[in-house]
Design a protein around this ligand. Structure first.
Ligand SMILES: Nc1ncnc2c1ncn2[C@@H]1O[C@H](COP(=O)(O)OP(=O)(O)O)[C@@H](O)[C@H]1O
Ligand SMILES: [Mg+2]
Length: 252
C-alpha cells in the first residue's frame, strides 16, 4: 500500500489554477522526486499535503487515512514533516537549541507532568534525542555554533535534523540542494540517503538533476499545474514531453 496517495488534487488561487487534477502515489521507503519547471506547482503541492493550504478539490491519503484539509499541527502529528525552501532556522540560537525546538513537535508538556515532576525527564529525553540526531546528521562538532554562523551545507543539514528529531515517517524536502557547490551536493546526497535508510520515506522537490537522478527511485513531473509524466528516472529522462517542457519552459 502507498504511504502517500494524492488523488485528483486541484488547487485554485482566485482565477489561477496552480494544480489541476493531479494524482500520484509514494511507496513506503522510496525517495520520490517531484520535479517540473518553475511555477509548475511543486511547492503548492507540498503546502497542500502539509496542511498549509486546503485543496480546492481532491483527496490526500496518508497510510490509508484521509488527511485532506487537516491543520498543519494535526498533519505533523500524523508524521509528515516539511523542510522549507526558505530557511526557517532560528539564526540566533545554537545548533543544539535549534534541534531541541524540533523535539517540541512531538513531546507535549501538560499540567499533570509538570505537577508530577515529569518535565525534567521529558527535557532529558528531548536532549538525548537532539544529541542523537546531531550525530546522525554530522553536526555534533557544531553543537554550540549559532545557526547564522554555519556554512550552507550545515544549515541545510540542520534543517533536516530539526525535521528528523520529531520522528517523522514522511519528509517533504523542498529544494535542499539549491545554491550548493558539487562538494556540498555530494554530501547532501549522502545525508538524504541516510535519512531514507533510517526508515523515513522522502518526497524531494529539486531542480538539481544530478541529485534527482542520483537519488530518486521514481519521479512525478508537473508542468503548469498538471501531471506531465511519471516513472523511473530513466523513463522520465527519455520522455519527449518532459524534454520539451524543460527546453521550452522558463527553466534552463
Ligand atoms: N499563495 C498563492 N497565491 C496565489 N498564487 C500562488 C500562491 N502560491 C503559488 N501561487 C502560484 O501557483 C503557481 C505554482 O507555484 P509554486 O507551487 O510555487 O511553483 P513551483 O514550486 O513549482 O515553482 C505559480 O503560478 C504561483 O504564482
Ligand atoms: Mg517552489
Amino acid at each position: 500500500m502507498a504511504i502517500l496517495e494524492v488523488r485528483n488534487l486541484t488547487k485554485q488561487f482566485g482565477g489561477l489554477t496552480a494544480l489541476n487534477d493531479v494524482s500520484f502515489s509514494v511507496e513506503p521507503g522510496e525517495i520520490h522526486g517531484l520535479i517540473g519547471p518553475n511555477g509548475a506547482g511543486k511547492s503548492t503541492m507540498f503546502k497542500n499535503i502539509a496542511g498549509f493550504y486546503a485543496p480546492t478539490s481532491g483527496e490526500i491519503r496518508f497510510d490509508g487515512r484521509d488527511i485532506t484539509g487537516l491543520k498543519p499541527s494535526r498533519i505533523s502529528h500524523e508524521g509528515i514533516v516539511r523542510t522549507f525552501q526558505e530557511t526557517t532556522l532560528f539564526q540566533e540560537l545554537s545548533v543544539f537549541d535549534n534541534v531541541l525546538v524540533g523535539t517540541h513537535n512531538r513531546s507535549r508538556t501538560d499540567i499533570f507532568s509538570a505537577i508530577l515532576g515529569l518535565d525534567r525527564q521529558k527535557q532529558r529525553e528531548a536532549e538525548d534525542s537532539a544529541i542523537e540526531v546531531m550525530e546522525f546528521m554530522g553536526l555534533a562538532d557544531r553543537r554550540d555554533q549559532l545557526a547564522a554562523e554555519l556554512p550552507l551545507g550545515s544549515q541545510r543539514a540542520l534543517a533536516i535534523a530539526i525535521a528528523l528529531v520529531s520522528k517523522p515517517r514522511l519528509m517533504l524536502m523542498d529544494e535542499p540542494f539549491a545554491g550548493m557547490n558539487p562538494e556540498e551536493t555530494g554530501h547532501m546526497m549522502d545525508l538524504t540517503r541516510r535519512v531514507r535508510e533510517s526508515g523515513v520515506t522522502i518526497v524531494l522537490v529539486e531542480h538539481d538533476m544530478k541529485a534527482v537522478m542520483g537519488l530518486c527511485d521514481r519521479l512525478t513531473v508537473l508542468n503548469f499545474g498538471t501531471l506531465l509524466a511519471r516513472g523511473s528516472p530513466e523513463e522520465v529522462r527519455n520522455n519527449p514531453d518532459v524534454i520539451s517542457a524543460y527546453l521550452g519552459g522558463s527553466h534552463a
